[in-house]
Design a protein around this ligand. Sequence first.
Ligand code: NAD
Length: 265
Amino acid sequence: MSQTALLKGRAALVTGSTSGIGLAMARALALAGANVMLNGLGDQGEIDKTRAALAAETGQDIRYHGANMLKAEEIADAVQKTDEAFGSVDILVNNAGIQHVSPLESFPEDKWDAIIAINLTSAFHATKAALPKMRRGGWGRIINTASAHGLVASVNKGAYVAAKHGIVGLTKVTALETAEEPITCNAINPGWVRTELVERQIEAKAGDLGCSVEDAAKEILSEKQPSMEFVTPDQLGGCLVFLCSPAADQITGISLPVDGGWTAR
Ligand code: NAD
């Protein structure tokens, strides 16, 4: 089967796909033949350009829904509009996420609430809305972008680690509730990926250590990621397409670490 035929005719919604990992995942799905509903925040002009570029590169129907992952009704509407645009919702990637780094004693309540809502609760709302459509279509793939922090912890990331451990749990429950159907649910657990979300942490580290940004990048790798290389968004897109392929039909409920050995220690 050619790579383009793999997901031909499939309809995908990827939350948080205006940048970083989500955008690479959307691209990987489109290159494999799926039509994709993008989602995320950002400048509307830039989003329009991203959407048009992806459509031109892949030849697929690429659309955009601006649902805010803090709002249940908007999330349900993104699922509904995906169904109306493409005639089904076959693949749901719950990927939107934010970070805030602070010790627990000074962790701002509003940041805690936003991280739990965007990184965890939004996946519940999207999964709840998508499952009936997958059942109607007789096929479904739900992939949750978790993190190495869904499996192990780090200091000063209380909300993020709680949300990512939570989404690993939600992944298992979704897998069990769909186990006898042609629907699977899995998590992908990246280590450090050099996106906007991490660039800010590298810059903060450079400030703390009084060193260059590149030296700070090496430092954060040496603390956690034995390969000493960043995972690339395209590698995560490849893992996603694998989890949507027939080879993965019996893989459900897993967390797939893509972390250069982070969680092997
Ligand atoms: P990113 O900042 O580049 O992308 C985050 C995406 O989420 C963007 O499209 C953004 O617009 C969207 N988003 C944020 N808040 C939103 C909201 N309220 N409503 C709708 N969309 C919203 O970061 P990234 O690194 O690509 O992160 C993507 C996912 O990967 C996140 O879940 C993150 O936790 C996870 N992750 C990242 C890394 C890493 O090292 N970068 C590692 C493990 C897991």
